[in-house]
Write a protein that binds this ligand. Structure first.
Ligand SMILES: [Zn+2]
Length: 416
């Protein structure tokens, strides 16, 4: 299969201007965006994207989850499409690039192919997945999850926002309930371009992240039961201190993560003390342990170790302990052929690159269940994301989009 010419580049200014035009819809309060899924602003952003994609000669399909698919035909009517996508929805105080970059880079690569008169054997489909963020309707990556058969559509339609509005009703209300059966499309390959949302590329001064894996995770919810008692008048030897047990478990989890370096993280981000009064020893402490690794065996080993060690800690203090697994993602290994296509594209273009493991979940993680998939990442300033101050440079955005163009065109088979 012929590789695209070395000098093939996207139009950096046009990509940037398109990003800035989209950012005008649903502006935030501090320079970012509030374009949460299935709001009027989301509907408006979708319309703008539709107008651009149709002007670039693509035809639209929308499925019953509101996922948008724009097709640029290939030369072989029997060839499955190469998909490129991400999400246009944002956090309530989101940035201008998380997700949006991946969708609009897909648009830009088609615009560039039109300019350069490049034809491919496989069609190219640019995709906007509904509700990646999960901020308004949990869980995240909802519609790509239904597409991949992880969730049922009924489950998705019944998700409620904090005001009690149903996902299914809101999808209809904003006018983006499509008629295609969700998940019926078959993919030759799926590419997603995304900002890193972490500090590694910037610190290592690399332009391109070649994403090889997505971390898997376990969320373990602990409920520790002690005895409420006066912090002043209860002698130390008579305390049943659930707070002390919690603290020792925090240290233990840190130790388990450190024993499993490199390629593992673990910590506690949320703790509820009860009654949470400054002069009462807590009778109950509920907290969530979050452990992640790209290696399934390691991830499961960490969980087993934590579940074995925690009761030893609590029993020694007379504290009751129950543990419930409340969240789980399997680690994802991206398709080696597509990963190589991304790395080769970066080499061909002369961009510095390194392998990365995605620390966050993405639509590509679900797409990987039904198609060969991979991701490209660009740096973001200070690793900051899910924040209105999220920032990237025009040059970073363009470099990743160039890599995406090369890898997608190569995978779709350039027609000479
Ligand atoms: Zn995202």
């Amino acid at each position: 299969m012929a590789a695209p010419g070395e000098n093939m580049r996207i139009n950096a200014d046009r990509l940037w201007d398109t990003l800035m035009d989209m950012a005008k819809i649903g502006p935030g309060i501090a320079g970012g965006n509030n374009r949460q899924t299935l709001t009027d602003e989301d509907g408006e952003g979708r319309k703008l994207f539709q107008s651009w994609a149709e002007a670039a000669g693509m035809t639209m399909g929308v499925d019953t989850m509101g996922n948008m698919f724009f097709t640029r035909p290939g030369t072989d009517p029997d060839a499955l499409p190469v998909y490129v996508g991400s999400h246009l929805d944002t956090q309530p105080t989101g940035g201008k690039y998380d997700g949006v970059l991946g969708v609009l880079a897909g648009l830009e690569l088609v615009r560039s192919m039109n300019d350069l008169d490049i034809r491919t054997r496989h069609p190219i489909v640019v995709t906007n997945w509904t509700n990646e963020e999960g901020a308004r309707f949990a869980p995240a990556m909802l519609a790509s999850g239904v597409f991949a058969g992880i969730h049922t559509q009924d489950f998705a339609y019944d998700r409620k926002d904090p005001d009690g509005k149903r996902f299914g009703d809101e999808l209809k209300r904003i006018g983006w309930l499509g008629d295609e059966v969700v998940g019926a499309r078959k993919m030759h390959a799926y590419f997603e371009y995304h900002i890193e949302q972490g500090p590694i590329l910037e610190a290592e001064e690399k332009q391109i992240g070649v994403v090889t894996h997505c971390q898997g995770l376990w969320w373990l919810e602990f409920t520790l039961t002690g005895r409420e008692a006066h912090t002043g008048s209860t002698p130390m030897n008579l305390r049943v201190n659930a707070g002390l047990a919690m603290a020792r478990i925090v240290e233990m989890v840190q130790g388990v993560a450190m024993e499993n370096q490199p390629g593992a993280v673990g910590g506690i981000g949320q703790v509820f003390f009860s009654p949470n009064s400054r002069n009462v020893l807590p009778g109950k402490v509920v907290f969530t342990v979050d452990i992640r690794s790209p290696d399934k065996a390691k991830l499961d080993r960490m969980r087993a170790k934590i579940e074995a060690e925690a009761p030893k800690i609590t029993e020694a203090l007379g504290v009751g302990c129950s543990i419930e697994a409340i969240g789980h993602f399997e680690p994802v290994t991206f398709d080696p052929t597509l990963v190589t296509a991304v790395r080769n594209a970066a080499d061909r273009l002369g961009y510095s690159h390194m392998n990365l493991i995605s620390g966050a979940g993405h639509d590509a993680c679900w797409a990987s269940k039904v198609a060969p998939s991979t991701m490209v990442m660009c740096p973001c300033v200070g690793g900051l994301s899910h924040n209105e101050a999220e920032d990237i440079s025009k040059e970073w955005a363009a470099a990743g989009c160039d890599v995406l163009l090369h890898a997608v065109v190569e995978t779709a088979g350039i027609v000479e």
